[in-house]
Design a protein around this ligand. Structure first.
Ligand code: UTP
Length: 290
């Protein structure tokens, strides 16, 4: 039986210091990959996975995000008056329905686990998805849709193999039994040294979590960097419920990093039906120059 995941949490309270000065007045989630803000990729991915309620954990200075998911009446009127129906339809296609979007503030940047905890009252006691918008995944079906279809209950984390020298950037699994794309999690280590990493299966920013995680996050135990870490709570729950990694099919880009962001722009522009052919020709011209 496929379990439905009705709610998705988007932690977007980070400062985005790696993109300064671009992110001084604009949230990093609003930077565009080709012609869509980064946040919209995760949002559309959640819609494609059947999610019905979208919860954004924001902070000061993120009002552009709220505006982005609101209707823009004057813009719609103007587009309609000018006969720009394609643009209007493109806007309406992903416009959230009434009451589908909620915003909650994280008052202090105490870590990803703390950001997720801020959504507790809005999520309640049911399995829910967490999407870190920095991770943009090019996949069909969408990464979260693949996860929902394979979800066996408990906690499930999207994972991918990374070169061993990169394990310091990720949460890394100690893998147990494998069943297709599912890998049982027997342990979870945050940002291990390559020599000590239990594997190279690394967690990316897509999770389906059991509502019981809030009880663990409420203990507010500090982990790496003095922050309340999501992976610490997930690690503590191993053995109390199914805990699995999920090897998704698709390509993930780290848009929280400048090079990853640029690569995402290349990949999505090259795949764009209208822009792709001219863009690929442009890339080839530049490749000859380098
Ligand atoms: P990052 O570690 O990328 O931090 O957060 P950041 O502040 O967003 O970016 P840099 O490193 O300064 O450039 C990972 C994810 O966790 C969220 C961020 O918004 C991002 O989606 N987060 C992190 C919170 O919502 N609250 C926190 O306290 C920490």
């Amino acid at each position: 039986m496929t379990r439905t995941v009705r709610k998705a949490v988007f932690p977007v309270a980070g400062l985005g210091t790696r993109f300064l000065p671009a992110t001084k007045a604009i949230p990093k989630e609003m930077l565009p990959v080709v012609d869509k803000p980064v946040i919209q990729y995760g949002f559309e991915e959640a819609i494609a996975a059947g999610v019905e309620h979208f919860i954004f954990v924001t902070s000061r200075g993120k009002t552009a995000l709220e505006d982005h998911f609101d209707r823009h009446f004057e813009l719609e009127e103007t587009l309609a008056r000018r006969g720009k129906t394609a643009e209007l339809e493109a806007l309406h296609k992903w416009q959230p329905r009434l009451g589908q979007v909620s915003f909650v503030r994280q008052p202090e940047p105490l870590g990803l686990g703390h950001a997720v905890l801020c959504a507790k009252d809005l999520v309640g006691d049911e399995p829910f998805a967490v999407l870190l918008p920095d991770d943009v995944v090019q996949a069909a079906p969408s990464c979260l849709a693949q996860m929902v279809a394979a979800y066996p209950g408990g906690n499930m984390l999207a994972v991918m193999d990374v070169p061993r020298e990169q394990t310091r950037r990720y949460g890394v699994l100690a893998p147990g039994r494998r069943d297709g794309a599912l890998v049982e999690i027997t342990g979870l280590v945050e940002k291990p040294d390559p020599a000590e990493a239990p594997s190279t299966l690394s967690v990316i920013g897509r999770y389906i979590l059991d509502g019981a995680i809030f009880g663990y996050l409420e203990r507010q135990e500090r982990g790496a960097g003095g922050e309340i870490q999501l992976t610490d709570a997930i690690a503590r729950m191993i053995g109390t419920m199914p805990s699995n990694g999920f090897q998704f099919a698709g390509r993930r880009f780290d848009c929280g990093d400048r090079l990853g962001f640029l690569e995402a722009n290349i990949a999505f522009a090259a795949a764009d039906p209208a822009l792709g052919p001219a863009f690929r020709a442009l890339l080839k011209r530049y490749a000859r120059e380098f």
